[in-house]
Write a protein that binds this ligand. Sequence first.
Ligand SMILES: *Cc1c(COP(=O)(O)O)cnc(C)c1O
Length: 463
Amino acid sequence: MKYISTRGKAPELTFEDAMLTGLARDGGLYIPAEIPVMPKAEIAALAGLSYEEIAFRVMRPFVGDAFTDEDFAEIIQKAYAGFGHAARAPLVQLGPNDFLLELFHGPTLAFKDFAMQLIGQLFQVALSRRGERVTIVGATSGDTGSAAIEAFRGLDAVDVFILFPNGRVSEVQRRQMTTPTEANVHALALEGDFDDCQGKLKDMFNDFTFRDEVRLAGVNSINWARVLAQVVYYFSSAVSLGAPHREVSFTVPTGNFGDIFAGYIAKRMGLPIRDLVIATNQNDILHRTLETGAYTTQAVAPSISPSMDIQVSSNFERALYFAYGGDGNAVAQLMAELKEKGAFPVSQGALESLRETFSSGRVSEEETLAAIAKFHATTGEVLCPHSAIAAEVAARRGTESTPMVALATAHPAKFPDAVERACGQRPALPARMADLFEREERLTEVPNDLAALEALIRERISK
Ligand SMILES: *Cc1c(COP(=O)(O)O)cnc(C)c1O
């Protein structure tokens, strides 16, 4: 399996190299040159298998010969062993044909653990085999950072630096990043918002001297291996609802477009997904784009669903690549226009193609609070703000004959203030992390400045 860049000008890589590299050298994102299709009989045969077995069968064709079957199966076992639910991604029924996919039973209580725990194991095996070290730098709106730190803490071939927007993540999120004691963990509080963090990360990747010197590796949701890990739970949930003999729809609380793009890949692989619904908070660039055809960035407005407080939705570039029929030059032009003007128009043909697969809905701050209260009152479920946004957008469509699965992306205890404000209940942390608020914090405040950041990273890894 070969991987190519969405901008068409970077070298083709294997799965392993695409994973270790993150961002392509032409600024693009890696995607498989071909998406393997899973025959209907093979999808049907997933019914009744464990999450780990489904993960193996769904991901195997993408990995090529980077890992043996035996190694890959063992990596998957280790990745999900620390989850707090035997089903890994259990489905809960909310209404006659409405379901919630709980993706928050991993070690940091958000769906990012599904990908990050797998990536940690994959990096470990690949790097020790090569005898190499890498410097992982990630940008986070809250959940990616804690998941990355949890996955890489204590691994000897890796230093992990996480940039998060100072003062704009929840206390649980911050503490999950600042309380690990391992020397290879570096939590950096950047003066700015998430888009500033992501912008600096991209600048570091585009500074080839620095990139090569520190052997920079990226684990943001632009990393293909992360998208791939997320494809699995679309299969596991759809099959338990009757696929491939029955269609299933999904509503996904969306920020950087990684999670929902995994759903698109599942669909391209042959999983009968009817609708993929993008659910946004007040930072609704994707909702506006689908409505108007203009991708126009605005200032980020901080919300009670901070993991979706994003204006530049990186993985959307992958969707554009497919919507433009695989035209890397067209994508490169759009991205240049975005960098220059903060906006670009989507062509009529590409917009139609996007609308065939995706629809969208937006939920305001007040509506999010009301949704948490409503679902608590009517179903007994306490939802985090992100999950409530998905459930609300799904519910607005009314009950349909196709089952609708809303993705619950974080545990409510990660966002206790908003949840308590909405429904009067303060969700408790699971017992395994109940002492989080007593642990000592360790972080470094950094300016929104590329040279200062690079100097800090050089100094830390040279010790
Ligand atoms: C990251 C995150 C999202 C958004 O996922 P994307 O892949 O960036 O679209 C939604 N909810 C939670 C809780 C998250 O951590």
